[in-house]
Design a binder for this molecule. Structure first.
Ligand SMILES: Nc1nc2c(ncn2[C@@H]2O[C@H](COP(=O)(O)OP(=O)(O)O)[C@@H](O)[C@H]2O)c(=O)[nH]1
Ligand SMILES: [Mg+2]
Length: 361
């Protein structure tokens, strides 16, 4: 062996080791995704047979993602928390930073005050002395603000005819997408679902809903473009009743909330929906979390018109303004029932306040 070939052998060995190393890393990163992808499909096609398995998969997907998906909300709020914790004592700056972070997260002025005032008192009385104690107390108080609400989706198996869940909200909030996700979850629970394409304002809305019906294994009734939304929903309820279907998920149009006609139309939709065999057991207001405090004024208008029973807060994955949760629950007393964390069929989870608050810190 001469002097030149030895370094070359080392070089070749180094390359082999590197390639092998990258290969192992690459394979490991691919592996966890595989079972989810393979088993996501049966939600639609064999819901009853795969009932348990599918529910499990959905649960796994949820668990893994909530904290990750809230990274944007955390980056807005967590920066202040870190800054408070790096100081050795609680100062004026501490209060300023926390209050600013709460307002930036869009909890609203009232809730920010409700959170800050008791903490100031506890610091004054020396019950709380360190920044760490202050942050821990804030986290607890934030969770406490959100407890004792009934977040269960109301499904009454004892009523005659199908349960009707109405989806309301402004355009683009995520109504149609959320119906698709809810349908998949309810189908996985063993319930049969009929969708009602009550957004007759645009033809594309019916198409979009039909795609979700197919994906989630639901049936669908559609009306003509520009047709009367109430009659589409009425027809869907009648059809569901005739076929013994458990649940009607009714989509509605959502032009701007300042449009009073929309509110009248929604009142009518609700009235007509119950004229036949079914009962409206949920009116879910869909709010886009990225709209912040604006979502609160929407909630007010819709709640007055339609007796909203719960909120679906969508796009929390892309929002730094998750604090709207506090404003909606404390100022309007409407429970957040579901949160949207992305655009795919599994990206909707039951709202868990403790998990939510923890994800902000
Ligand atoms: N990132 C994200 N996008 C969402 C979520 N929910 C809905 N969207 C998207 O928001 C847009 C509007 O949704 P759509 O259901 O058509 O709203 P609608 O007008 O209220 O029916 C679509 O592009 C959806 O994919 C969510 O939870 N996260
Ligand atoms: Mg829609």
């Amino acid at each position: 062996m001469n002097n030149i070939s030895l370094p070359i052998i080392f070089l070749v060995l180094a390359v082999v080791v590197l390639v092998f190393g990258f290969g192992v890393v690459w394979l490991n990163r691919r592996k966890p995704a595989a079972p989810v992808v393979q088993r996501a499909t049966p939600i639609a096609k064999a819901a009853v047979v795969e009932e348990v398995a599918v529910t499990e998969v959905v649960a796994v997907v949820e668990k893994a993602s909530v904290r990750d998906r809230l990274s944007k909300a955390r980056s807005a709020f967590g920066g202040a928390v870190t800054s408070v914790l790096t100081r050795s004592e609680i100062s004026d700056t501490t209060w300023d930073e926390l209050e600013e972070a709460l307002l930036r997260a869009d909890v609203g002025v009232r809730v920010a005050q409700e959170l800050m005032q008791p903490l100031r008192a506890r610091v004054k009385s020396k019950e709380i002395v360190s920044p760490q104690q202050l942050i821990d107390a804030l986290r607890q108080d934030m969770s406490a603000h959100l407890v004792s609400t009934d977040r269960e989706l109301r499904f009454d198996a004892t009523i005659e005819g199908p349960n009707i869940w109405l989806m309301v909200g402004v355009n683009g909030a995520g109504k149609t997408t959320s119906i698709g996700k809810i349908s998949a979850q309810q189908t996985a629970l063993g319930r049969t679902v009929m969708m009602a394409a009550g957004d007759t304002f645009r033809a594309a809305a019916g198409e979009q809903l039909a795609t979700w019906a197919e994906r989630s294994g639901a049936e669908i009734i559609r009306g003509a473009e520009g047709g009367d939304p109430s009659s589409v929903i009425f027809d869907a309820v009648q059809a569901a009743n005739a076929r013994n279907i458990d649940l009607v998920l009714a989509d509605t149009a959502g032009r701007l909330q300042s449009n009073t006609n929309l509110m009248e139309e929604l009142r009518k939709v609700r009235r007509v929906a119950e004229k036949g065999a079914g009962t409206v057991t949920e009116v879910l207001l869909v709010i886009d979390a990225t709209t912040g405090q604006n979502g609160l004024s929407q909630a007010r208008v819709f709640a007055e018109a339609t007796q909203v029973t719960g909120v679906v807060l969508t796009k929390l994955d892309g929002s730094a303004k998750g604090g709207i949760v506090f404003a909606i629950e404390t100022e309007l007393g409407i429970p957040i029932k579901l949160v949207g964390l992305g655009e795919t069929i599994t990206d909707l989870v039951a709202f868990n306040p403790i998990e939510f608050v923890d994800a902000l810190f």
